[in-house]
Design a protein around this ligand. Structure first.
Ligand code: ATP
Ligand code: MG
Length: 183
């Protein structure tokens, strides 16, 4: 699976619909302070199921919705869609019947989030499981936030094992076992 595009609408500073193409060779995003570089990475983490608003640098999940500016009123919804190329058919079982995957998360002020996978309603858990094996996902070690390096250095051994399991792509197994035990 490969990310190909991110679409944002009303997410943080991205009030107008915005499409960000993730093409081979992309190595960096540059721009002045406050232009939205970190917001872009947060949008990716959010659509993959991040459920901690603190990890979104917010004081509540509704804070990811465009809050308004001098020129524009606040919005009541935010939506992020991530597009994936699955032509190699490496998506986990249950998600692997199409060449492309489209995952959308939408939030409405005071009503929480909803998810869709290829246009069908899905649970946050489904989205998290979809990404759990791909060494990606909202808690992926490949998304290193500010202050995270220091945190990793001072982690306890069991926490650090969790990080290695993510990197090795086996944390999806644990997630699915946990899911099976709950049923
Ligand atoms: P730096 O180079 O300093 O790291 P950056 O490009 O990473 O900057 P971000 O942190 O992504 O910038 O963007 C910060 C901007 O996003 C701020 O101007 C902030 O006001 C704006 N912002 C964050 N949340 C919202 C929101 N809910 N509504 C409107 N604007 C928001
Ligand atoms: Mg930044």
């Amino acid at each position: 699976m490969k990310f190909t595009k991110l679409r944002l609408l009303g997410f943080k500073s991205f009030v107008e619909p915005m499409e960000f193409f993730i093409e081979p060779g992309l190595t960096g995003v540059v721009g002045p302070n406050g232009c939205g570089k970190s917001n872009l990475v947060e949008a990716l983490r959010w659509v993959m199921g991040e459920n901690s608003y603190k990890n979104m640098r917010a004081s509540g999940m509704d804070d990811v919705i465009f809050a308004g500016s001098n020129q524009r009123p606040a919005r009541n919804t935010a939506e992020v869609t991530v597009y994936l190329d699955n032509s190699t058919r490496t998506a986990p079982a249950g998600f692997n019947d199409a060449d492309a995957l489209e995952i959308t998360r939408r939030i409405e002020r005071e009503s929480g989030s909803s998810y869709r996978i290829n246009g069908k309603d899905a649970r946050a858990r489904d989205v998290q499981l979809l990404f759990a094996d791909a060494s990606t996902g909202s808690r992926s070690p490949s998304l290193v936030g500010q202050g995270r390096i220091g945190e990793i250095i001072s982690q306890k051994p069991t926490q650090r094992r969790g990080l290695l399991e993510e990197a090795a792509g086996i944390s999806g197994l644990h997630s699915r076992r946990h899911e099976a035990e709950l049923r």
